[in-house]
Design a protein around this ligand. Structure first.
Ligand SMILES: [Zn+2]
Length: 287
């Protein structure tokens, strides 16, 4: 069932595990993630970036597909459909399209403007029963060319945003989107702990989950992270499985060119990655 992320994340924070946000790109992605969540009886968050939303022809298409798929596949575990790194305009469009959860990323604005815009969206989301994620301290990565070290958020600014009544908070703690470079300095647990102490029960969100060592993931969860975003890792496993299929010449055998066959190994690879993450995050059986 499609729900806001509030209840699943409150439970996760209290139970010391994390719910995975897995970004979707198309039907295969969505189906693989939903089936795995159902099989493992895990709550799940489907992330949609603005780029992926555009790719899938618009947020209305995405919301309609996800809602129909939940029904047709008999998915009974809690599923949140979440805008990832939304702009102010994107957030409004997704609210209208029927998303159950919104991230407004105002981290590139001066803190006063981030607070003002986040505050307005808190009111709208509260009225409609949607969960809202805010971000403080930009999370680096390939998108904006930051390499080597992710930014660390100011814990006082985190508190100011958390106090507005957002559902969950993403804060930079040295994490990066995409593949981590060899010279990465690791997560700043000092920053995370300081943020946790000031934000209390607020579920914290860890972006850039691909390639963070398992022990760091577990430590982050122990310090209040209740939502972990995974995007690149599913893309890498999908690409590797598809490459293998083609390199083995399977598309040239019989009807191996049929898209339902051609995309099957990639879809299975996404399932395996999602399963691995749900086990690591501790969300299995928590639906
Ligand atoms: Zn992110």
């Amino acid at each position: 069932m499609l729900v806001s992320a509030k209840e699943m994340l409150t439970k996760a924070k209290a139970g010391h595990y994390a719910v995975g946000q897995f970004n979707i790109n198309n039907l295969e992605w969505t189906k693989s993630i939903l089936l795995t969540a159902q099989e493992l009886q895990s709550p799940v968050i489907l992330g949609v970036s603005e780029g992926a939303g555009k790719y899938m022809t618009g947020y209305k298409t995405v919301a309609a597909m996800v809602k129909a798929m939940i029904e047709e596949l008999n998915i009974t575990v809690p599923v949140a459909l979440h805008l990832d790194h939304g702009s102010y305009e994107g957030a409004k469009k997704c609210i209208e399209a029927g998303f159950s959860s919104i991230m407004f990323d105002g981290s590139h604005y001066p803190i006063e403007e981030n607070i003002a815009k986040t505050k307005e969206l808190v009111e709208t989301c509260n009225q409609l029963g949607l969960s809202l994620e805010a971000e403080v301290g930009a999370i680096g990565g390939e998108e904006d060319g930051v390499i080597g070290k992710g930014e660390c958020a100011d814990p006082q600014e985190c508190k100011a945003i958390a106090d507005l009544g957002v559902t969950m908070l993403a804060a930079g703690i040295g994490n990066i989107h995409g593949k981590y470079p060899d010279n990465w300095e690791g997560l700043s647990f000092e920053t995370l702990d300081a943020i946790q102490k000031l934000t209390g029960d607020m579920p914290l969100v860890l972006h850039g989950g691909t390639g963070i060592p398992e022990d760091m993931i577990k430590k982050a969860i122990s310090l209040g992270v209740a939502k972990i975003n995974v995007n690149t890792e599913c893309q890498l496993s999908f690409a590797a499985a598809t490459r293998k299929y083609i390199e083995e010449g399977k598309d040239l055998q019989g009807k191996g060119f049929d898209p339902r066959k051609l995309l099957a190994p990639g879809a299975e690879a996404i399932k395996a990655t999602v399963k691995e993450k749900m086990e690591l995050f501790g969300s299995v059986g928590k639906a």
